[in-house]
Design a protein around this ligand. Structure first.
Ligand SMILES: C[S@@+](CC[C@H](N)C(=O)[O-])C[C@H]1O[C@@H](n2cnc3c(N)ncnc32)[C@H](O)[C@@H]1O
Length: 277
């Protein structure tokens, strides 16, 4: 069977499984099976598929038909120009989170804290972009922290990144000039409406704190002032309807210059504030 024949059969198989963008995913998974980057796949379409590649492609298509996300199948996700390892233990880093990176990079920082680091995408991107900065990443999940530590080593950032397991500020010692977080923020009521890719394959600890979805922000707002240097910045990713609630939590914690910022779709996505000097 040629690559082209395998590709056509794959699109039909994924379509039958209800996968939303079957041609895109078939291309990404064929690239994975062939061990080439997705932009090279078309060059291989006329060649016969090796037995190894065919076996790998079949397994990948079976997983995708069961609605496992492509990033978990390939084990990789691109974020702010770098490749991160992704497993079932971590949230698949989302493009929307790059808005938090852009906001964080608008001012200098030397010590950064990332609460709920998952794959480490936020902390490690910030350290890679600011070669003199140091950082601490926390997560409640030891399995997630192991993925983040592996990503730090692969990206050559192990010497500037520290990791601590525990709930929000519990394992945090010291103060920072930047605190960032993309915490779980989906309410219990919204969980049922998620796609199978998210609901069945991503860790629920990464998705929802339960209840109204705001508990992580309550903990972060309450603990941030004690760990922010005067003039230090706090910024969190939010769900599009949470701007006013999170801004109110930040105000009640004594934070100042509170701003709700939109993502590239124009939806509220980041709340930023500073600890007054
Ligand atoms: C939405 S994910 C974000 C992961 C990563 N920062 C990103 O943006 O891709 C939230 C993360 O918070 C972690 N988490 C959940 N509850 C926590 C808690 N009480 N304390 C610390 N981390 C927690 C989860 O394990 C998960 O890794």
């Amino acid at each position: 069977m040629t690559g082209a024949e395998a590709f056509r059969a794959a699109v039909a198989r994924l379509t039958g499984a209800g996968v939303p963008d079957p041609a895109r995913d078939a291309r990404l998974l064929l690239a994975h099976a062939l061990g080439v980057t997705p932009d090279r796949v078309m060059l291989a379409l006329q060649d016969p598929l090796s037995e190894d590649a065919a076996t790998l492609f079949d397994a990948a298509l079976a997983a995708r038909s069961a609605r496992q996300p492509v990033s978990q199948i390939t084990g990789r996700r691109h974020f702010w120009g770098r490749s991160f390892r992704v497993t079932r233990d971590v949230l698949d880093p989302r493009p929307e989170t790059e808005g938090l990176i852009a906001e964080a990079l608008r001012a200098p920082f030397s010590e950064v804290l990332d609460l709920g680091t998952g794959s480490g995408a936020i902390l490690l991107t910030l350290l890679a972009e600011r070669p003199l900065a140091q950082g601490l990443a926390t997560d409640l999940s030891p399995a997630a922290l192991a993925v983040a530590q592996a990503n730090a080593a692969t990206l050559g950032l192990g010497a500037r990144a520290r990791f601590a397991q525990g709930s929000w500020f519990d394992p945090v010692v010291g103060s920072f000039d930047l605190i960032v977080s993309n915490p779980p923020y989906i309410s219990a009521a919204e969980m049922a409406g998620l796609s199978p890719e998210v609901l069945e394959w991503e860790p629920h600890l990464a998705l929802t704190p339960g209840g109204d979805g705001l508990d992580a922000y309550r903990a972060i707002a309450a603990g941030a002032p004690a760990h922010l240097r005067p003039g230090g910045r706090l910024m969190v990713e939010i769900g599009p309807a949470q701007g006013a609630d999170v801004a109110a939590l930040f105000a009640a914690a004594g934070l100042a210059e509170i701003r709700v910022l939109p993502d590239f779709d124009g939806r509220d996505r980041v709340v930023a504030a500073i600890r007054p000097a």
